[in-house]
Write a protein that binds this ligand. Structure first.
Ligand code: GSH
Length: 216
């Protein structure tokens, strides 16, 4: 597969697929958006359920390859466009920790945040995939405090994933006050890629709302 062939991203504005848009911009990857109007429920229509039976974005098609789940998509895309230098290669001592923090996002942070958002008691310590919220958060905060990025001076795709995700967590008031986390997230959301993608998302979201309203 040519590194120049176009990647297709199934995207809905102002959702978890926004981070994938930011990553694609940072990678300088050729990509095409297939935009879903979630306000109109397009993610649950048969056409999209053939792409992701869970009805969730992001999803990426790259030739014959279909990838869902943010962490998998981030790992895949950063490896697919190595010239951007956002993925430590396999023999780099940072590769293992890089994968650790990618997996930590989906396996620990997300379930912890959803429990918190729903004001739900976590499962007992031994059963909960993230232990308890405070330990999950402090482990992340300790890594981020080393700064400016997860692995010091080099920016990786993991920073794009985390920077965007933490911005949502902060905006919804779901995270404890932590200066290092706020500064880290701002370091990502101040980048041109995030600013541009957010502006495009705002237009798309307004178009979607207008289209739903016009249908009554
Ligand atoms: N485990 C998925 C979760 C993706 C997800 O929750 N996406 C939300 C958008 S923020 C979604 O598509 N929700 C639409 C719905 O369920 O109707 C991942 O990490 O990619």
């Amino acid at each position: 597969m040519s590194t120049e062939s176009t990647v297709m991203l199934f995207h809905a504005p102002q959702t978890r697929s926004t981070g994938t848009c930011v990553l694609l911009e940072e990678l300088g990857a050729p990509y095409e958006l297939k935009v879903l109007n979630m306000q109109a429920g397009e993610q649950r229509q048969p056409a999209y359920l053939k792409i992701n039976p869970l009805g969730k974005v992001p999803a990426v098609k790259d030739g014959e390859a279909l990838i869902t789940e943010q962490a998998a998509i981030f790992i895949y895309l950063a490896d697919r466009f190595p010239q951007a230098g956002l993925a430590p290669p396999i023999h780099d001592p940072r590769r293992g920790p890089y994968l650790r923090w990618m997996a930590y996002y989906g396996n620990c942070y997300e379930p912890a945040l959803i429990d918190r958002f729903l004001k739900r008691e976590p499962a007992p310590l031994k059963t909960s995939p993230y232990g308890d919220f405070d330990s999950m958060f402090q482990t992340l905060a300790d890594q981020i405090a080393k700064g400016p990025y997860l692995f010091g001076d080099i920016l990786t795709a993991a920073d794009i994933l985390w920077g965007v995700a933490l911005a949502w967590g902060l905006r919804f008031g779901l995270l404890p006050q932590n200066e290092a986390i706020s500064a880290y997230s701002a370091r990502i959301t101040e980048r041109k890629s995030f600013v541009d993608v957010s502006a495009r998302d705002a237009l798309l979201a307004a178009e979607h709302a207008a289209s739903v309203a016009s249908r009554g």
